[in-house]
Write a protein that binds this ligand. Structure first.
Ligand SMILES: *Cc1c(COP(=O)(O)O)cnc(C)c1O
Length: 457
């Protein structure tokens, strides 16, 4: 089928997610036909780098023979049967595997189909945990400003990105919001210490005042959709201590950071902590199929373990929960992590990537370059000295991404933060090529560039 025919059918029948369809349809949308390695190919035959791992999912690249085979092999047995009230082979084996690779102490796995749902489950679990234990009044959640935990109504209630969330405000349950320790834009002072201490003081004040109403605090170790901002080192450990001291559960949302993305299998490992509840999704199947999981401690699981008539069951589960094809490919994905020693490799390649980003740092409209492993955020600003943003209507981030597309890389910016999240398997030469495209696109769009571009390519 030709591009024109597919475009017309897209226009008539398909409503794309998180997409302003007017803008999408006006800009010759890319329609993907296939992918291999870190490359995507569209139906016109153009090829691109998958610069954001198909929105933060992909691990080993596309069309990975081992992952393809794992799905085909599972198809010889069964594609799906329910996990409600019965088990299945790959779901059980994957649960065992996950428990061995997550931070120590998380002994139970509850499956779902998306990161947002893994968060919904975490919230319901925390809320019901206190109820089941007979503790009244702990019904509120603490979250961080600019947090993103998914787009369903519960996850949006603990979200804090006005652009995505404000319109739904009347639908949401209230949550308490603490400033995220963002050293680039912070209300507490200039140094990282000031930012960390200021934010932690704000957390403790809320815990002191309202601790007996708080079920849990939910955090992202690297604030993702809020602009790719890593928590300063040590912050998460302090938060863990505060939560324990005030009897508040700690939910860590590693939907984006999990599975090697930050150079550790899980970002919690940087601070050596174990949350009470851990939400994972994106990388779990290598970017192949929609599987997610919420992991928790035996202590929390035990608070639900009772005779049926006590009504302590966790009342959650979807049609496709624990899908066999998804669990089978997740198991194979984790096997490849081990065979390829991928996490250690990401840590090493990330150090090289840091150097490849140096030229970008020097551009006159790049305010901040933030990196945690293979998660990179490049914040574009109108004025580097004052950190003044570009006017929203200039669509600077979108224009840079559009230029990247012409130069052969697909990206999806967060307003004026250019997100760069290549597949973990990307080789050094590939990373070099991708970053030089990014450099050229930023230079061309944000400054008078012709000479600099000539220098860089
Ligand atoms: C993407 C993301 C989610 C939502 O995951 P979906 O699979 O898109 O529902 C939740 N939390 C974080 C931190 C994310 O990055």
């Amino acid at each position: 089928m030709t591009y024109e025919e597919l475009y017309e059918k897209n226009r008539r029948y398909l409503w794309n997610p998180f997409t302003q369809m007017k803008e999408y349809l006006a800009d010759e949308p890319v329609i993907i036909e296939s992918g291999y390695g870190c490359r995507l190919r569209d139906v016109k035959g153009n090829e691109y780098w998958d610069g954001v791992s198909s929105v933060w999912l992909n691990i080993h690249g596309h069309q990975v023979p081992e992952l393809d085979a794992a799905i085909r092999e599972q198809l010889n047995s069964i594609a799906h049967s329910t996990l409600l009230g019965m088990g299945n082979v790959p779901a059980i084996l994957l649960a065992e595997k996950l428990v061995t690779i997550v931070p120590r102490g998380l002994g139970k796995v509850f499956y779902s189909d998306s990161g947002a749902e893994a968060v919904e489950i975490a919230l319901k679990m925390a809320f019901q945990y206190w109820k089941n234990r007979g503790v009244d009044g702990k019904t509120t959640f603490v979250t961080m400003r600019e947090a993103y935990h998914g787009d369903t109504v519960g996850a949006v209630s603990v979200g804090s990105i006005d652009l995505f969330h404000q319109v739904y405000a009347p639908l949401l349950f209230p949550s308490l919001k603490i400033p995220f320790p963002n050293p680039y834009r912070n209300p507490y002072g200039e140094s990282v210490e000031d930012v960390v201490n200021g934010s932690l003081r704000a957390v403790e004040e809320v815990f002191q005042k309202q601790g007996d109403q708080i079920a849990a605090m939910i955090v992202e170790p690297v604030q993702g959709a809020g602009g790719m901002v890593p928590m300063p080192s040590g912050y998460l450990r302090e938060l863990r201590n505060l939560c324990s001291a005030y009897h508040i559960l700690l939910i860590v949302d590693e939907v984006a950071t999990g599975f090697g993305r930050t150079g550790k299998m899980f970002a919690c490992e940087h601070d050596g902590i174990t949350p009470d509840i851990l939400a994972v999704a994106k990388g779990i199947t290598g970017g192949y199929l929609p599987v997610a999981a919420t992991l928790t401690t035996d202590e929390i699981y035990d608070a639900f373990y009772a005779d049926y008539h006590e009504f302590k069951t966790l009342y959650h589960g979807h049609s496709y929960t624990g899908n066999q094809l998804g669990c089978a490919v997740a198991l194979e994905n984790l096997k490849l992590f081990e065979q390829r020693n991928l996490v250690a490799e990401v840590e090493q390649k990330a150090a090289e990537l840091h150097h490849y980003l140096d030229p970008i740092r020097s551009l006159s409209h790049v305010g901040d370059v933030r990196q945690s492993g293979f998660m990179v955020g490049i914040e574009l600003v109108a004025d580097k000295a004052t950190k003044q943003p570009f006017p929203l209507q200039q669509r600077t981030g979108v224009r840079v991404a559009r230029r990247c597309r012409e130069l052969g890389m697909l990206l999806r910016p967060l307003t004026d933060v250019m997100v760069f999240m290549p597949p973990l398997a990307a080789k050094l030469e590939e990373l070099k090529d991708m970053t030089s495209i990014l450099y050229q696109a930023i230079a061309e769009v944000t400054e008078d560039h012709q000479t600099r571009v000539a220098e860089s390519r």
